[in-house]
Design a protein around this ligand. Sequence first.
Ligand SMILES: [Ca+2]
Ligand SMILES: [Ca+2]
Length: 386
Amino acid sequence: MPQKPRKSAQDRRETTVPSKISWRRPAAILVLFLVGGLTTFAMIGQGPKRPPKETLPEPATEVKTAPVPSSPESIPPLRIAAPGPAPEGMVWIPGGAFLMGSDDATTPDAMPIHKVTLDGFWIDKTEVTNRQFEQFVKETGYITVAEKTPDPKDFPGAPKELLVPGSLVFTPPAGKVSLSEHYAWWRYVPGANWKHPEGPGSSIEGHADHPVVQVCWDDALAYAVWAGKRLPTEAQWEYAARGGLEQKRFVWGDELLPQGKWQVNNWQGDFPSQNTAADGYVKTAPVGTFAPNGYGLVDMAGNVWEWCADWYQPGYQTARDRDPQGPDSSYDPAEPQIPKRVQRGGSFLCSDLYCTRYLPGARGKGATDSGTSHTGFRCILIPRKG
Ligand SMILES: [Ca+2]
Ligand SMILES: [Ca+2]
């Protein structure tokens, strides 16, 4: 068994609700109700504020974040080899350096390409599944944000009848729409949550091995704390996703269809109205349906987006090249009033026509209190030093 990691300042930050969220939320919901839709593909906040901290389960273990080296002499040796056997369902990612980022013109917020060095860590082989999330809920009684009624105080001006628990669901339009009209395919559905990903008429029955969706960043963090793990930093996620390959276009190499086979659950056809499902899946696929990457990880491209620990800001801060933790605050120029965290890997809705963000160097973002029908997560574990 791995040693128990320790808690750090960075992790305490992760378990703290940003104070500015209380005034940012009304802006989010007002945009939805008054403008009539979403202004980003990623999503706009829909649910109530994150649950009070006291409702979150206590950490099963503590976690450690690498300190910022103050001088070359103070840089600790790189943790390369695993200190013990991998916990069940996890894979060791050996410490090392890689080139993070992308110079793809479609992902300008993933520049510049820069060298990053990381200590080794364990990461879940798969996205967290409905079966795993159900176990967490059974043991803790945790209620996700999408299942809670929004507080009218947080949404002044919003019609009362719309302040009901729910979440965002991808709803394909009947015909062609402008790809800039994101609200044409996203809908706030009362009753949509992780047990009913597309609303009351839907179910996860028979989908125990599919990734859990309709979980916001706060829900993902609560699960990670319960599991004694943590959410990966964006750097850890990309390093793991690349599977030991350097700056390849896809997590499996440079060829889209090696031997004519799809390597990812994304979108084929005319997005968002026509999905040919040439890869075999219209929506989520059971985790591990497609071939693993070089580290043995599955679905690091597509299936569902995966929450990362970092706040989102466009571009990279490259001053810290050892175990970077991301910026100290969120800033999305398109919606600066909404705090957002990074998402990675794209989803079953990504296509070369519209969204190439299933590429390992590409990035996504989402309001911390909003889940969708194509967003999930996986966790990492950092061994204790010594
Ligand atoms: Ca598909
Ligand atoms: Ca994924």
